[in-house]
Design a binder for this molecule. Structure first.
Ligand code: ADP
Ligand code: ADP
Length: 234
């Protein structure tokens, strides 16, 4: 089963009586364990696509299957449950609780799933160790560098063992060194755990980490390197 399968996804927004077509019919399939970058200029529809793929928003038309489940028939509650079980999110601004320990930040998603305290802490510790922060469990994000904060956010996104990690400009608030470090961790997590990663970025150097690039322009896929069968350099 593909992790994500979109058929002719479209999304328009109503803005003061005017309709803005942010996505105009996007079809793509992302398999389990893939590492894909969605790249395109500002306003091209990347965030809209990411919100749809992450089930944070619903399409105006078109179909989306998440781990084989078509979402259009789901109630909002069922969609939220599917999202919580299958998708982890990382954003540009880390969205951590600044005064809560790294361990408790990472354990928080497990509270909502009814995981007991001892297991929550054990899993949060393992997730922090996986991003190289095993020595920072009791530190608060407000005491950490941006790169460390993003690694805590990655641990939080992965603690529930989702099928897909959606990362929206994860290096956008980081300097080059911290950005490279975060990308190296995403590379390794993808290789080791098999989580599919969908990375949204406008930076070509960041997109180059992914094995597949999907270029979005004016709400459409302009190029998907997965479709360049037999193409070779030069
Ligand atoms: P990107 O992430 O590539 O910058 P977006 O998906 O944010 O692109 O935006 C695509 C288009 O949709 C843009 O023209 C943007 O102005 C418009 N748009 C995005 N979100 C909204 C919204 N909530 N209401 C109205 N227009 C929106
Ligand atoms: P910013 O450009 O302010 O850094 P982010 O990259 O942090 O924005 O967030 C991108 C989008 O994701 C925004 O539209 C925001 O509302 C949404 N978002 C941020 N955090 C969450 C969250 N924890 N859950 C759902 N949506 C979120």
């Amino acid at each position: 089963t593909p992790a994500l399968e979109a058929v002719d996804l479209a999304r328009s927004y109503q803005l003061e009586g005017v309709s803005v077509d942010a996505l105009r019919g996007v079809s793509l399939r992302i398999d389990q364990g893939e590492f894909v970058a969605i790249i395109g200029p500002s306003g091209s529809g990347k965030s809209t696509l990411m919100h749809l793929l992450g089930c944070l928003d619903r399409p105006t038309s078109g179909a989306l299957r998440v781990n084989g489940t078509e979402i259009s028939a789901l109630t909002d509650t069922a969609l939220a449950s599917l999202r919580n079980r299958t998708i982890g999110f990382v954003f540009q601004s880390f969205h951590l609780l600044g005064r809560t320990s790294a361990l408790d930040n990472v354990a928080l998603p497990l509270v909502y799933r009814g995981v007991g305290k001892v297991e929550r802490r054990a899993r949060a510790r393992r997730a922090l160790e996986a991003v190289g922060l095993g020595h920072r469990l009791d530190h608060r994000p407000s005491q950490m560098s941006g790169g460390e904060q993003q690694r805590v956010a990655i641990a939080r996104a992965l603690v529930g063992e989702p099928s897909v990690l959606l990362a929206d400009e994860p290096t956008g608030n980081l300097d080059t060194r911290n950005g490279d470090e975060v990308m190296a961790i995403l590379d390794r997590l993808n290789a080791d755990s098999g989580v599919a990663i969908v990375l949204v970025t406008h930076e070509p150097e960041v997109a180059a980490h992914a094995r597949r690039q999907i270029h979005v322009r004016d709400g459409l896929i302009e190029l998907d390197t997965a479709n360049r069968q037999g193409a070779s350099a030069g």
